[in-house]
Design a protein. Structure first.
Length: 436
């Protein structure tokens, strides 16, 4: 793991059957936003401060990657009354647009360096991005979008080399509203000559967060939060560094909602933004959860028994694929049967076998999971195959009789800040140990 890593990769999370949860959990900043905000600091010289930054392994890895290309990054603890650490990022302009293989292939968001490095320096050399393995998630849309602006790429088994003399605004029409491709083309287009229009752009809150920071820097972006973004390029020298607060992590918020749904009780999820979770909260309501929503967060009360529903993943504002493992875990103890359809990443049912070890009754038919609720789950030894599935296994372990041990928790560390501590504070029976 990188310097500043959170814990040994061999740690195990141990969960036991937990009674009703109660209390308050405060949700930190979003992994899916902060990594792109960090990449955006390549666009202009000066000192940036990102606040509400989650203490997660992906931030540590991205920090190492950005240091390797020339940024100076200092981590500061949260100040009184704040959540999340501060990142103070200094861009002196002395950037080498080559990302080392040993760093870039450990984190998928490394691909988001391509757009700003090409836009600012006209060259990028980066290893093929790594991260969670959900099956095919090609970067073809990233490259095609940047090629429309004038970039040329050579793709080898080792990585990507991109070059351009000058990026020129163009019309980019995505076949699919890819979050990563939207972000990459956006960060290149803000310093391209002329106007770029992105149609069928992704609309996620994390995209809006990136646009908000870029506009504060001096970028000219219209259509934030819609499927059409219009970007008028500016000279890099006109951009200014900024201080920016990272948007709250909606998937972490959903994780604690899922935990109380499976264990029972009432909890307060502070800083959760219900407007960013509309469709998912609707499906949770259909399952029997009751919400009291205000400007500062969400209070959620669980029913005595969850009700099965059918859920399909779709681009925002639909139900995000990141929520799906939590939904499948909840359905495993719900009354009746529900069908969960994965429309985005076909390989993202790989955790189902781990839930079956806990006694879940789940069948797979293509991109559908048929989940028949059972009265009780039982403890077992399982492994976390990726970030969100790992968290879902922890939550499922809280509803299982006996002891559940979750291995490969380094996946969870990549996206969750102190999941065990936050669940414990709600009364969950969960701990983290280092095997002897």
């Amino acid at each position: 793991m990188s310097d500043g890593s959170l814990s040994p990769a061999s740690d195990v999370i141990v969960a036991a059957n937990s009674g009703p949860l109660s209390g308050e959990v405060v949700v930190p900043g979003a992994k899916n936003s902060v990594l792109k905000l960090m990449a955006a600091t390549l666009l202009a010289d000066g000192q940036y401060t990102l606040t509400n930054v989650p203490v997660i392994e992906d931030v540590a890895i991205m920090s190492d990657l950005l240091r390797a290309v020339g940024l100076h990054i200092q981590v500061e603890p949260a100040r009184p009354g704040e959540v999340g650490q501060h990142l103070v990022i200094n861009n002196s302009g002395a950037i080498t647009p080559v990302a080392p293989l040993e760093l870039a292939d450990r984190i998928r968001s490394s691909v988001n360096l391509v757009g700003p490095l090409l836009g600012r320096f006209g060259h990028v050399d980066i290893a093929l991005p790594g991260g969670d393995d959900f099956g095919g998630r090609p970067i073809d849309m990233h490259l095609r979008g940047l090629e429309a602006l004038g970039a040329e790429f050579e793709v080898t088994p080792e990585g990507i080399v991109g070059r351009c003399s000058t990026l020129v605004g163009a019309h980019v029409d995505f076949d699919f509203p890819s979050v990563g491709a939207t972000e990459n083309v956006l960060m290149a287009a803000v310093v391209a000559n002329g106007v770029t229009t992105i149609t069928n752009a992704a609309r996620e809150p994390e995209i809006v967060d990136l646009c908000t920071m870029l506009r504060k820097m001096g970028c000219r972006i219209e259509g934030m939060g819609t499927s059409t973004l219009t970007i008028t390029g500016v000279l890099p020298g006109t951009l200014q560094p900024v201080t920016h607060e990272v948007v709250t992590d909606r998937v972490q918020a959903a994780t604690y909602i899922a935990a109380v749904g499976m264990c029972g009780g009432t909890i307060r999820v502070s800083r959760a933004n219900a407007q960013h979770m509309g469709m998912m909260l609707t499906r949770f309501t259909d399952m029997g959860l009751v919400f009291d929503i205000d400007d500062e967060g969400i209070t959620v009360t669980a029913p005595s028994v969850l009700t099965s529903v059918d859920v399909s993943t779709l681009p925002y504002p639909g139900v995000a694929t990141d929520y799906k493992p939590l939904v499948v875990a909840m359905l495993s103890i719900a009354r009746g049967a529900g069908i969960v359809t994965e429309n985005l990443y076909p390989g993202r049912f790989r955790y189902v076998e781990e839930l079956r070890k806990l006694g879940a009754d789940i069948g797979i038919d293509g991109h559908h999971a048929i989940v028949r609720g059972v009265p009780h789950l039982h403890g077992a030894s399982v492994v976390a195959p990726d970030i969100r599935a790992g968290a879902a296994l922890v939550v499922a372990g809280l509803a299982a009789s006996g002891i559940t041990e979750i291995g490969d928790v380094f996946h969870i560390d990549r996206g969750y800040e102190d999941l065990v501590g936050r669940l414990s504070a709600l009364g969950a029976s969960v701990s983290r140990i280092q095997p002897q």
